[in-house]
Design a protein around this ligand. Sequence first.
Ligand code: PRP
Ligand code: URA
Length: 242
Amino acid sequence: MAQRGDELGEISRTFNPLEAIGRIRILAPSLPPMPFANVHIIEHPVIQTKLTELRDYTADHRKFRTLLDEIAGLMVYEVTRDWPTMPKPVQTPLEKTIGQVLARPVTLVPILRAGLGMADGVLKLLPDARLGHLGVYRNETTLEPVAYYQKLPPDVAETEVLLIDPMLATGGSGTAAISFLKKAGVKHMRFVCLVAAPEGIQMLHSHHPEVPIYCAAVDRQLNEKAYILPGLGDAGDRLFGT
Ligand code: PRP
Ligand code: URA
């Protein structure tokens, strides 16, 4: 059953994306690159090469899908680099030893729709992960996030959660998704996207400063329709050919 959570309503009351974009533009018409706390930009040359191909408007949905999948997989190494591990005894063909394994089970939560395009790439590296789904889209007029579907594994609170969505634009969708995960009791989560706008980072971290953001690029700004510049266009439409 589609429903808007209280938390989502609260965000809508306290944040008007259109007003925020205008305010940022007036204060800083051309935003200089600025360092953000708790934002990790993965500048690996292979990821950057694939991201450049992804930005290219001539990439059709088949190429877009392949590249998004590959980049998401490559990002996993950096995103999970400092996850806790625990010792586990293992019998090799020669002797017993103590290995290390992830301390917590993993839940992957794509924000529908475009987040789905990153899921398989991440699952290739973390095949034991469970999958939750959060359906959120932006109202095209107000730009406010509209939540329409939520399904999480029952023990999600105890797991390591990767919330995935290629785009962090105004930050409305990501902020609402994190609020929902927190209500479900999630304590350990990271937000993984490809392209982030400064406005979206500010929005997300004004509500959830402790949630690390991992991305492949922080782009210049949003346009008047809240698309990321230079960005890569509408990720969902390019991914699904809609
Ligand atoms: C896109 C994208 C994010 C959201 C980002 O989804 O995948 O979820 O926009 O924008 P925001 O930071 O301003 O909220 P969209 O609303 O286009 O839905 P879709 O994936 O179903 O196409
Ligand atoms: N959502 C997208 O898919 N692209 C943008 O540039 C902004 C939001």
